[in-house]
Design a protein around this ligand. Structure first.
Ligand code: AMP
Length: 414
């Protein structure tokens, strides 16, 4: 196991006690290099997950952090990794497993930004990309690897990725990884790492399978539950619902876009086919529209993501799988064209806007058909907030039912 690098100058925890209400980066036990890096990035103060998670993680303890993307959780685990690895060694010393390629890339990008004063060679190991390039990166001496479980396991199997010197392992979006069915792969990877290591787990929710995984593979983990922070999304995201008839959804969306003039909007559909269908309708009418879902080839997904990040795509239609990891500060609006199937997905979708990296409040509008009132209520309970109705001037997105239907329309939402 590589020796942890001696930290050059660490600020004391004393000041944390003195100033509990507003911790600063100086209070978290970070080295001068890390403090310089966050300063360079313009991070003025740690986000709640960073303030709570970093001091535990830099101390070398196992830790479970409940937080969603967009709350600064990447830096919460990357900074402690940078503190603990030996920057002189060519061994792979830290590994981050993430559920999607896009999220892996985002984590690696953030790691590169945060290591400006603490150089750390990072390799991205994800499927859908040529393996030889990734193998070459490993051979150059990557110290941190970030990847999806399938490709990581593949490279372990080929004997090119060795995890015997891992000192920190991170499971990012653990709940999502288990949703996607990565459990057997994750367990194999965990078994390839030394038992004496630090394990950090980040998850928006802690369903029983994640807890079981944690119990089996972590040593007395400390818990940091910032999931309540999601509720404070109300401060950064204005959220609405709109009652819509299925056959008026498209026309309604066009009017919403006209009324809102979004800088960049992410429109979520439930299915890949639904995403394609909506994309075809928009592609005829508007420039700067694109679509993202799991059936698209990786190179196409990469191109779309790049264009979206660069602001060249302004309307992106996506499904949950790819929508989850997206961190693009320009996203001003989220539209749930189809209400999310699970209320946790609502939190993730809406969290794509009003990001820490953006100064502006985001807006999110969820289309609800008349028979989806119960789903809306569940979302409202989840976020502990009643959503106001979104109105488009001079357009009704639904036809109130007639008495013959014997449905009292105004009561259907509850
Ligand atoms: P994440 O939740 O890790 O996806 O981070 C979301 C965005 O917030 C990224 O663009 C980060 O660079 C940015 N970020 C992370 N920590 C901070 C901070 N303390 N202050 C401002 N922005 C931050």
């Amino acid at each position: 196991m590589p020796k942890p690098k001696k930290k050059k100058s660490h600020s004391s925890h004393q000041s944390e006690k003195e100033n509990l209400s507003e911790p600063t980066f100086n209070d978290l036990g970070l080295s001068e290099e890390s403090l310089q890096a966050v300063k360079k990035l313009g991070f003025e103060k740690p986000s709640p997950i960073q303030a709570a998670f970093i001091p535990i993680a830099v101390s070398g303890k196992d830790c479970i952090g409940q937080a969603r993307t967009g709350t600064g959780k990447t830096a919460a685990f990357v900074l402690p990794i940078l503190e603990q690895i030996d920057h002189e060694s060519n061994d792979v010393q830290a590994i981050v497993l993430a559920p999607t390629r896009e999220l892996s890339e985002q984590v690696a990008m953030e790691a590169r930004r945060l290591s400006s004063h603490h150089p750390c060679r990072t390799a991205i190991l994800v499927g859908g990309r040529p393996a030889p390039k990734q193998i070459a990166e490993l051979k150059r001496g990557a110290q941190l690897v970030v990847g999806t479980p399938g490709r990581v396991l593949d490279l372990i199997g080929r004997g090119v990725l060795k995890l015997s010197n891992i000192c920190v392992l991170v499971l990012d979006e653990a709940d999502r990884m288990l949703d996607i069915g990565f459990r057997p792969d994750i367990e194999k990877i965990l078994r390839s790492c030394p038992a004496k290591r630090q394990t950090l787990l980040l998850s928006a929710t802690l369903p029983p399978p994640v807890e079981r995984l944690a119990q089996k593979y972590m040593q007395h983990p400390e818990m940091v539950d910032l999931s309540g922070e999601e509720i404070s999304s109300s401060e950064t995201i204005e959220q609405f619902y709109a009652t819509v008839d299925n056959d008026r959804k498209f026309d309604f969306l066009v009017r919403v876009l006209r009324q809102e003039c979004p800088a960049q909007v992410l429109v979520f559909t439930r299915t890949k086919r639904g995403a394609d269908k909506l994309y075809r309708k928009f592609a005829k009418r508007l420039p700067q529209v694109d679509v993202m879902h799991g059936d698209l080839h990786q190179s196409k997904r990469d191109k779309v993501m790049k264009k979206f990040r660069d602001g060249k795509v302004r309307l992106l239609i996506a499904t949950d799988v790819v929508g989850r990891g997206i961190d693009v500060s320009g996203i001003s609006h989220i539209v749930n064209y189809d209400i999310p199937e699970y209320h946790d997905d609502y939190v993730h979708r809406v969290g794509r806007t009003g990001r820490l990296s953006s100064d502006d409040k985001g807006r999110a509008i969820t289309f609800v058909t008349k028979d989806q009132g119960e789903q809306l209520t569940k979302i409202e309970i989840r976020i502990n907030q009643l959503l106001p109705e979104y109105i488009v001037k001079d357009f009704s997105a639904y036809r109130p039912r007639t008495r013959q239907n014997r449905v009292i329309y105004s009561d259907t939402r509850r």
